[in-house]
Design a protein around this ligand. Structure first.
Ligand SMILES: CC(C)(COP(=O)(O)OP(=O)(O)OC[C@H]1O[C@@H](n2cnc3c(N)ncnc32)[C@H](O)[C@@H]1OP(=O)(O)O)[C@@H](O)C(=O)NCCC(=O)NCCS
Length: 198
């Protein structure tokens, strides 16, 4: 583990994945995500299925973290009354829609050597800034299919993401996976309102 503090926006360059700027040995501790960033992300990008960026520490040249974004939506017509209200809490009543534009954080990871030091939380704030700066007024929400693991769900909750569905049963019903099956969902849908007033 490295022994210096990193401020992502001041100490790192944001680099778009390209044939000239590839990631090849990024390790965030999750093999699926590693495979995606090191092998598949450019193929997805070439098919307009998501744009990937990584953040490289200027002083050491190390890749600190990476994320990929694509277009999505929060489909409030699928939600119960109280969940719908939670999503629309900060949106004026007369701007009510059936479905709200969103950026999907398709993948994100922090390199293991930089884990547990607040980089992931900084990255979520940076992604919000990045989305609003690069694509202003395009989308209201950030959404993520978060790994259904306590530490990952806590991570997003600590960063003000909320569950779209109250519980796994509701989410299963929506996904038509059968509400009675005990097997846990692999991911949980979570959202964040980029314009919410604190
Ligand atoms: C999840 C991930 C992005 C978090 O990044 P990070 O830089 O370690 O996160 P932070 O240091 O900002 O953590 C913030 C909070 O998340 C929780 N958290 C994050 N990782 C955790 C872990 N391994 N175990 C327990 N809690 C954890 C903690 O509650 C932490 O709060 P605390 O610092 O007050 O204890 C990073 O661990 C990662 O890349 N994991 C592998 C890939 C992955 O799971 N990506 C998410 C896919 S949906």
């Amino acid at each position: 583990m490295q022994n210096f503090m990193i401020n992502l926006s001041e100490d790192c360059d944001t680099i778009k994945l390209s044939p000239e700027n590839l990631m090849d040995c990024f390790d965030c501790g999750d093999s699926d995500l590693n495979d995606f960033f090191n092998r598949d992300a450019l193929l997805f990008q070439n098919q307009s299925l998501g744009q990937t960026h990584f953040m490289r520490h200027r002083a050491t040249g190390k890749i600190v973290c990476a994320f990929s974004l694509s277009a999505d939506s929060v489909k409030t017509f699928l939600l119960s009354g109280s969940r719908k209200k939670k999503v629309k809490d900060f949106i004026p009543h007369n701007k009510s829609l059936q479905s709200y534009p969103a950026f999907l954080i398709g993948r994100m990871g922090v390199a293991t050597e930089f884990g547990g030091q607040g980089i992931g939380s900084q990255l979520l704030r940076y992604v919000r800034f990045f989305a609003m700066q690069k694509f202003p007024e395009i989308a209201r929400f950030l959404v993520v299919d978060a790994y259904n693991k306590p530490e990952v769900l806590t991570f997003y909750q600590k960063n003000d993401f909320a569950f779209l569905f109250t519980d796994e049963k509701q989410e299963r019903e929506n996904l038509k996976k059968g509400a009675d099956i005990d097997e846990p969902l692999h991911t949980r849908q979570m959202f964040y309102d980029m314009q919410r007033q604190e």
